[in-house]
Every structure is written in C-alpha cells, then in structure tokens.
Design a protein around this ligand. Structure first.
Ligand SMILES: NC(=O)c1ccc[n+]([C@@H]2O[C@H](COP(=O)([O-])OP(=O)(O)OC[C@H]3O[C@@H](n4cnc5c(N)ncnc54)[C@H](O)[C@@H]3O)[C@@H](O)[C@H]2O)c1
Length: 268
C-alpha cells in the first residue's frame, strides 16, 4: 500500500526515469502532487504526463542555482506550496583513483553533491513557509561502505550522507526533516548499461541474491516524505538487499557449508 501523501507537494529531481520516476509515481499513488525535473526533456515530459493532473515536468539542471529557484517557485505556483524535495538526480562513474581526472571528479561532485546542497538551501524558506517538510537525499550503498572503482561517485555519496545529517541538525526547529536513502544495486537505465540482469539469482553480491527494483526504493522514499516518518530525521535507510549488512553466507562458505554445519532444528 502506498504511503499517505495527501496534500503533499514534492519536487523529484532526475525524475524522468529510473529511481526518480518510480518515486514520482509513488508520490501520486499516495495522493500527492509532484514536479518531475530533469535535463532529459522528452523522457521527463512523458513520465509526468503519464501521471495526469497531479504531475508537472520542469526542465532542470541541478547544478544551476537559477534552475533550482525557477523549479521550486513553479511547484508553489502550480500546487500552492512545497512540502518535500527528493534529491535524486545523479550520475555514476567507474574508474580507479589513479586514472581519474580532476575535471571529471569535479563534474561528478558538482551534480551529485553540490546539486543536493543547492536544492536543500533553496528549498528551506519554502518548506518553512509550508510549516515544515521533508527532504529525502538519495545517496547509495557506496555512501555507506568503500566500493573500489567509485572514487568521485563514492565521495559524492558519502558527502550526501554527511550533508543530510548536518541539514537534519540545522533544520529540526523549522520542522524540516532530512534523511538519506542508500540503494544497493537496482535495475535502472544507469545500471542496465553494466549488463546487470533483473530477477532472482542474478546479483549474488547481496544477501537477497538479486538486484532491487525501482519501486522498492520508492517505497522507502515515500515513507520518509510522509507524516508516518514524523520522528525520523538524520537517518540513513539502506535499501540494498542486505549488501552493506555484511558478508553473505555464500561468500563465507563458497556455497557449501562445512560438514557438521547443516541447519539444525532445535526444540519442537
Ligand atoms: N540504480 C542504482 O543501482 C543506484 C544505486 C545507488 C544509488 N543510486 C542513485 O539513485 C539516483 C537515481 O539513479 P538511477 O539509477 O535512477 O539513474 P538514472 O541514470 O536512470 O537516472 C538519473 C537521472 O538523473 C538525471 N540527471 C543527471 N544529471 C542531471 C543534472 N545535472 N540535472 C538534473 N538531472 C540530471 C538523468 O538525466 C536521469 O534521468 C542517483 O543519484 C544514483 O546515484 C542508484
């Protein structure tokens, strides 16, 4: 069942596709209104149009302060107020630190971290004017643990996690909650290019043995946007099939339990 988002007005960045589009669908399913924003004009419009009158699309580069101002004002003009922001837009990158260029490092940080900072800063007065609200920052499992080959991406996602907690401390008196969501490997256009396949058994790196679906992340996002999460701020929710919880039994045993360790049933 969708989280209750009646009366909520939420801006979702990077909402044209993938996790952002799923979050936008979840907002509308919960009775809220959504402004889908993205640099992808065509896909963004299609995603918003499919959601009917409770959704709008606005072109938006999250690295631009002017774009942020316009988008947030647009949300208030269209739907009367702003109660939530999902800072979801992001780019991924995979390379060894020693092969990274400074220019590329800066670019990833600009989109994935500075974009979140600008969004939080610009949203504060509008959320305050609404009597409070909820900011949900999409970090990553790569913002909870060290993943090789994710230099700029991992640094940006650890940064998002920290910024979230600082925002939570600074904004609680304004009744603005700030939390981060940390997806593991989820099947989206971002990860499909790596050859990731969906379905059971296709991602043995997690306890659950599969990649997540965008809707499974969106459910956590919607919960944090809703009043059901009224006592949550500064929290980090891993939605990663157990990836960051520890080593899987398969990894530890190579798939075969040592003799004498077969599961036992104790008691009646
Ligand atoms: N898919 C995963 O496995 C996974 C795991 C952990 C975290 N994440 C994070 O979730 C978020 C969404 O990822 P996704 O998998 O849906 O990826 P995606 O590539 O499918 O979607 C990302 C969206 O962000 C948009 N975007 C990129 N740069 C932008 C900019 N400067 N301004 C505005 N929009 C911009 C893209 O156009 C795209 O629509 C990202 O922050 C990503 O790092 C994804």
């Amino acid at each position: 069942m969708a989280a209750d988002l009646q009366g909520k007005v939420v801006v979702v960045t990077g909402g044209a596709r993938g996790l952002g589009a799923a979050a936008a669908r979840e907002v509308v399913a919960g009775g809220g209104s959504v402004v889908v924003t993205d640099v992808l004009e065509h896909e963004g419009r299609e995603t918003a149009e499919a959601l009917g009158s409770a959704a709008r699309f606005h072109h938006h580069d999250v690295t631009s302060e002017d774009d942020w101002q316009t988008v947030l004002e647009h949300a208030v003009a269209e739907f009367g107020q702003l109660t939530g922001v999902v800072n979801n837009a992001g780019v991924s990158a995979a390379s060894l630190l020693e092969h990274e260029s400074v220019a590329h490092f800066r670019k990833v940080l600009d989109i994935n971290l500075t974009g979140v900072f600008i969004g939080m800063q610009k949203a504060i007065p509008l959320l305050r004017a609404a009597g409070g609200g909820s900011i949900v920052n999409i970090s990553s499992a790569a913002g909870l643990t060290a993943l090789p080959l994710t230099g700029p991406y991992g640094a940006s996602k650890w940064g998002v996690r920290g910024l979230t907690k600082i925002g939570a401390m600074e904004l609680s008196e304004s009744r603005i909650r700030v939390n981060s969501v940390h997806p593991g490997m989820v099947y989206t256009p971002m990860t499909a290019v790596t050859g990731l396949e969906r379905g059971e058994g296709n991602y043995p790196g997690t306890a659950m043995g599969r990649a997540g679906e965008p809707e499974e992340i969106a459910a956590a996002v919607a919960f944090l946007l809703s009043d059901a999460a009224s006592y949550m701020t500064g929290s980090e929710i891993a939605v990663d099939g157990g990836w960051t919880a520890g080593k899987t039994l398969r990894e530890l045993t190579g798939g075969t339990l040592p003799p004498g360790n077969e599961p036992q049933v104790h008691g009646r």
